[in-house]
Design a protein around this ligand. Structure first.
Ligand code: DX5
Ligand code: ZN
Length: 229
């Protein structure tokens, strides 16, 4: 089966109503989300605190697509089994979170999940040169991690480098931070296929008015696919 490099939209529930995650997840999936992006922050690796494996486990029954868990925590290894138990499909660790990413990626796969590695804006593409056969996804941060609603940082040259380094390997390039209908075409053209979007998906909508989520998701997908140049 050929690897699916089509554009996929992964709304980040960091911009959802924290008091209503179950319904918010159902709403974005009913409105066309391809994956559900879950930002785990420990208040240490990043200056913000969100939720841990127990909350992620509670989200699982509501996610019918792909549960894409982005760990902004350090260390990572002690928590891998807990996120496998929580039902993560993709578990992404930051390369900056510790000295042993080569081992961490293998441990994530050994626990039955797809392994992802995330790069902060300051980390070059070359940092993953020896990890390409150990990873299923490379997350290129286009903001400094920790908050939603930040301004997009142009990483298109890094995305192009990664796209050529990956070659035919079945590795997704995920973009995270400041993705909206104006930035989506830039990153898609450079070679990305998974577009995380928080504020650009949830703005103006709610579980009582999910059509707005659908319109926002379609706008991002259409511009990424060059339908609206
Ligand atoms: C930031 C998170 C992102 C964030 C994206 O550290 O990793 O996933 O929620 O939000 P927007 O799309 O609003 O930049
Ligand atoms: Zn994220």
């Amino acid at each position: 089966m050929s690897f699916d490099r089509s554009i996929k939209i992964a709304p980040s529930i960091l911009s959802a109503d924290f008091a209503n995650f179950g319904q918010e997840i159902q709403a974005i999936e009913s409105q066309g989300a391809d994956w559900v992006h879950i930002d785990v922050m420990d208040g240490h690796f990043v200056p913000n605190l969100t939720f841990g494996p127990m909350a992620v486990k509670a989200f699982r029954p509501h996610v019918k697509t792909v549960m894409d868990v982005h760990l902004m925590i350090a260390p990572v290894d002690p928590y891998i089994d807990a996120y496998a138990d929580a039902g993560a499909d993709v578990l992404t660790a930051h390369i900056e979170a510790g000295p042993h990413i080569h081992r961490t990626l293998q441990a994530i796969r050994a626990a039955g999940m797809k392994a992802g590695v995330a790069l902060n804006p300051g980390t070059p593409a070359e940092a993953v040169a020896h990890l390409l056969d150990l990873t299923d996804l490379i997350c290129v941060m286009t903001v400094n991690p920790g908050f939603g609603g930040q301004k997009f940082i142009d990483m298109t040259s890094k995305i192009r480098s990664l796209r050529s380094m990956i070659g035919d390997r079945p590795v997704h390039i995920e973009i995270d931070g400041g993705v909206d209908p104006s930035t989506a075409p830039l990153v898609a053209e450079a070679g990305a296929d998974v577009l995380v979007a928080g504020s650009a998906v949830f703005k103006g909508g709610s579980v009582n008015d999910p059509d707005v989520y659908g319109a926002n998701i379609r706008n991002i997908r259409d511009t990424a696919n060059g339908v609206w140049a």
